[in-house]
Write a protein that binds this ligand. Sequence first.
Ligand SMILES: [Zn+2]
Length: 226
Amino acid sequence: MFILFGTRGLKHEVKESPVLSNSCPNCKEGNLVNKLYRRWFTLFFIPVIPLDVVDRFYECDNCKSAYNESIKTVLQQSQQEITENQKNAQRAYAKALIAAMTHMAIIDGDFAVEEEREIMDALQGFPDIKDELTEIHQKVKEQGNIDNQVFNYLNEARNQLSSESLINILAQAAVVLLADGAIEKEEENLMKEYLIACGLPKEMYHTLIDKLKQKDMTNIKKEQMN
Ligand SMILES: [Zn+2]
């Protein structure tokens, strides 16, 4: 299923903050200006929930690329360190994604074919670490959240990733929740626990599910018309 979600917000320049001159890693000549950003959770580009998060980030005044505050540290790092950090973040993302999707698939005691298919699709996106992810998938499938393993992966992701990436993980888990057509109470409760674990409001559950369902209905109608 194709879904569009993310966050966006209004930008304000931080007047007192120093500008990082000519240091944009993208265009190599722009100045990085510190800005404030109040986030909204969006679905299909529509802001639906104001998040209690205000981010500071740097925006290039030339090419408009945006970087989070850690760009200051990144500018002091070698290319090798940067690549290493990006790889680690991607691994943390993939591990939390597969663990949460699998956990969501088994929580109602029935591992449906549609659920398995969504997880296999997600696994294909990470060919470099497919073996490691398959192992996590198997372990969670057999043992569930034993030793809190699923939430440990989510915590690891929360330490390394932006709220956009975390919402991405949860929306993919919500796709699994919806995949077999019925929402069990265990699935709803688990999704709320995930939201809390990611530092997001649990009220976001209803918005997330409603929007994904609406999108699903639109797709079905379109398929029927074709
Ligand atoms: Zn630039």
